[in-house]
Design a protein around this ligand. Sequence first.
Ligand code: DC
Length: 648
Amino acid sequence: MMNRAVRPGRAVGSLEIPGSRSLTNRALVTAALATGRSILRGPLDAEDTSAMRACLRSLGVTIDDGDPNAWSVQGSGGRLSAPTGRLEVGASGTTARFVTALGVLVPGAVVIDGSERMRKRPITDLVDALVALGAEIEMLGDGAGPPLRVGGRQPAGRSITINAMKSSQYVSAVALIAPLLAGDTMITFFDEVLVSRPYVEMTIDVMTRFGADIELRPGPELYVHGATGYSGTDFAIEPDFSAAVYPAAAAAITGGDVRIQGLSEQSRQADRMFFDVLEEMGCGVDWMKGGVQVHGPERLRPVRRDMSSAPDAALMLAVVCAFADGESTISSVGNLRIKESDRLMALEAQLATIGITATTTADSISVEGGRPRGGEIETYDDHRIAMSFAVAGLVAPGMTILDSECVAKTWPGFFDALDAITADATRVSDPMGVIIALDGPGGSGKTTVSRAVGERLNLPHLDTGAFYRAATLVAVEAGIDPDDSPAIIDEVKRHEYGYRGGRMMVDERDVSAEVRTDPVTRAASPVSAIPEVRRIMVAAQRDWVMAHGGSAVVEGRDIGTVVFPDADLKVYLTARRDIRAQRRASEHGRTDIGRVAGDLERRDSIDSTRKDSPLTAAEDALILDTSDLTIEQVVDLIVTEAQQRKHR
Ligand code: DC
């Protein structure tokens, strides 16, 4: 039993999250039943999926999970074999439900058991559905859950009604085996209620990808064609939105800025809606090619939300609401009481531990926002309670998560990921790295000087102006009006930005020359004044520095003030206007110095008067007027200063 103290800090940076638990366990089942081999890419390796793999292996399926990024499953074509012992599902709900359904395909008896908590989680509605199809199932315990024995009588597809008020997993479980049954299966629902509907839609998606013929008709009514089986396929598993809610919430409550890689706005995962709720609470949520970026506001607004379709995310949401200005209500989440813990009870009790008043009803929770304090958090062996309160600990000092290892159920690396995005309370960059920030107006000599400083100190050099120019280029190329900020933001999000070997890249295209053209240069100042554009570019710039070991010479306009406010050395370069115009003119081989000076002045004025991150010297910056200095002199001054600071 390991207790874990959470270190407070603002969440900043970018991270990858594991594959979706729900998709991994569904795809494992369809791949196991398919004819031929399947490859599951980007799967989740955690307790819940390891329980599923172990059960499938006991049923005679060969799974090679040696490559963490691509598991290979040799499909059984539906011919599962009877296991020698009990199948242990542990604490995994999907495994318990799906494997119970798989049991009816096995010639011979299958006994299924689980953890203490699993024995209390009801499974009778699934058992009733399978019995209605003709299966033979005996409950062996004294509760409504496992242990249970599934007999060897093969059912056939027919019309049945499932009670899907408690869990959609009963429906998914029956649907998953239906293509292997003789005859079509038609499922209707008691009182036409189907909870957590997006999860059934996810099951349908996965089944369809593996060649099944299934549709969810209005009613609702689920129709699965029998005797089609599945075909092995190459299946890419999306990152887990249910995991993504934690770093997103970390950004929301700390006023941070977190980028989560690989998430798509179009995903059908249920917890995708958490991001809409964060937006409603006042967060900036930017969907981009390659991921989503969440920006926490100064104050969070309270919300009222029906979370019946995304109950997993409801836990983190309740804890985020503890930080909002006022009372929030999360409704239609009665089934939280029968998950890994009685989650409504657990939330109410642990919110009280951190000084927050919450009141629950049979199926809702209201949270009075305030100033949560730290405390010892009881986790009830529930990974989502542990992760939600750990995130709260980033703001509330003194938070300890008891028995924190329960996070391994769905995200073994959770605490490392949390540490990585909050490396230090104030420091955005790696504490071991060396960052030199060089800011200043156009023509002050920034680029030449910072390249030379980088070479002298053996540090990589990053020209952040190239990022704003690249953002401008994509907007110019798309023919967008320079005043149409919403369209510019949309276009900017459609691309990925990189900087390699001094070359500016957009979606793997080298645009170093294109970004230097006149139309781009002219439009760059207004484009870089758009706050959303800056948010995206700042995150890309920080990512770049992190990917280069946390050390770099970074030049721009807001490096010392915004991008790396904790830089080891900040320099603000400036020069008299006539000198800067002369430098620019000779750089571009122009003789019309008057016009060059005019252009420069216009751009400087936009850069220094914009609301977001205006060009200005950081308070602790070394201000260097380069008008009467040679490049070598400037470089010497900076290198000497950097070396002296290192020895201080
Ligand atoms: O340094 P440069 O001329 O390549 O910069 C291009 C534009 O980007 C310029 O208008 C200022 C803007 N910029 C910015 O707003 N913030 C930065 N950190 C760097 C450049």
